[in-house]
Ligand binder design. Structure first.
Ligand SMILES: *Cc1c(COP(=O)(O)O)cnc(C)c1O
Length: 365
């Protein structure tokens, strides 16, 4: 008889990443995983290459230089920072340390899929809360809290909706949560957001002992291949996460490249400018075609096919794929008539707009 995993493990639907290739010949525009179209900083690539000279050595298991660099960049205490093999690993560490059978983890309807996976993997129960206008609804979240609520995951901004929760609302959520429950603010796209009423979570983490913020090098820093994330949390939580993490969970190439990337503020600024120049333009041009585009502050937009008679997200995905344009289906996020488009380089964005127009024009032909 084959060994049986823990019961909740079999409830996990394996994560299906964005496609890397379509069937089309010729140039491909991969806009399916929110990667940085500018790539990483040149300095990060050089640091990565230099790491090849010392591959026989174990990495620094405490990630000291990287944590010091992050701390200096954001004005934080380095001993309250922990690094992970992608922020996904930090989310898993949080679930392992804070959730067990009978506990509940609360998150929203269209939240990042990893929350469900790490919750079930820890044997706990996901509690899924409806959103309002594709945004987290703080009142609905608070209404879902029970004495069993141990963790609340909030992506801010959220992927794939692109919406964000203003600082005052995050504070209200935190203040209404049960005492002793951990609030996880997943700020994977924080660097792109330039809004006066947005805070990635640094203030809450700095002033409380029950809130943690996670960040990633996969998006704005363009280092998704290396798997690197970090979190800023209260001493008690950081201590617990250190106990459950692998002793050398971040590899040496990621430490070196991440440190160089964090220091290259100009590259970050260029990526923000490119992205935030394109966001309104994509929204205007795709809306002008008749499709819906909910507001987004991330490096991606949702395209809603429902408003156009005869249009279908699956058909559109196939049509675009034939032209080498790879978007992301978001049915698994409860959005079957939408596709998510990462803000690409100029050529990719223009090709996508042109292809969406041709798809729409072909509907009545
Ligand atoms: C991309 C993304 C992450 C980052 O994951 P990594 O493991 O750091 O690559 C985390 N949260 C959300 C909401 C994301 O979209």
């Amino acid at each position: 008889m084959s060994p049986r995993p823990n019961p909740s493990v079999l409830e996990i639907a394996p994560y299906i990443p964005g496609r890397a290739k379509s069937g089309a010949a010729g140039k491909q525009h991969k806009l399916s995983s929110n990667e940085n179209p500018l790539g990483p900083s040149v300095a990060a690539k050089e640091a990565f290459a230099a790491a090849a000279e010392t591959l026989e050595r174990y990495p620094d298991g405490s990630a000291t230089i990287l944590r010091d660099t992050i701390a200096a960049t954001y004005g934080l205490h380095a001993d309250r920072i922990i690094c992970g093999n992608g922020s996904d690993e930090i989310l898993a560490m949080i679930a392992n340390a804070y959730l067990s059978a009978g506990d509940e983890a609360v998150f929203t309807e269209h939240a990042f899929l990893v929350y469900r996976i790490v919750t079930l993997a820890a044997g706990a129960t996901p509690v899924i809360v409806p959103e309002t206008n594709l945004s987290a609804d703080v009142d609905a979240l608070l209404a879902a809290m029970t004495p069993r609520t141990k963790v609340v995951f909030l992506a801010n901004p959220n992927n794939p909706t692109g919406s964000y929760t203003p600082h005052q609302d995050v504070k209200r959520l935190r203040e209404g949560m049960p005492e002793g429950a951990l609030l996880v603010l997943d700020a994977a796209y924080a660097e792109y957001v330039r809004r006066n009423d947005y805070d990635a979570g640094i203030e809450l983490v700095a002033t409380r002992d029950d809130t943690i913020m996670t960040r990633t090098f996969s998006k704005i820093h363009g280092l998704a291949a290396l798997r690197l994330g970090w979190a800023y949390g209260p001493p008690g939580v950081i201590d617990a996460l250190h106990r459950v993490r692998g002793p050398f969970n971040v590899n040496a190439a990621a430490l070196a490249a991440g440190t160089a990337a964090m220091r290259d503020r100009e590259h970050v600024e260029r990526a923000v400018e490119h992205n935030n120049g394109w966001l309104p333009r994509l929204r205007d041009e795709i809306t002008a075609l008749g499709f819906g585009v909910p507001p987004s502050v991330g490096n991606f937009v949702l395209i809603d096919f429902a408003p156009v008679p005869g249009a279908d997200a699956g058909d559109a995905d196939a049509f675009l794929g034939e032209r080498g344009i790879i978007l992301r289906r978001v049915s698994a996020y409860g959005l079957p008539q939408m596709l998510r488009m990462t803000v690409g380089d100029d050529e990719a964005n223009l090709a996508t707009i042109a292809a969406l127009k041709d798809y729409r024009d072909g509907l009545n032909a």
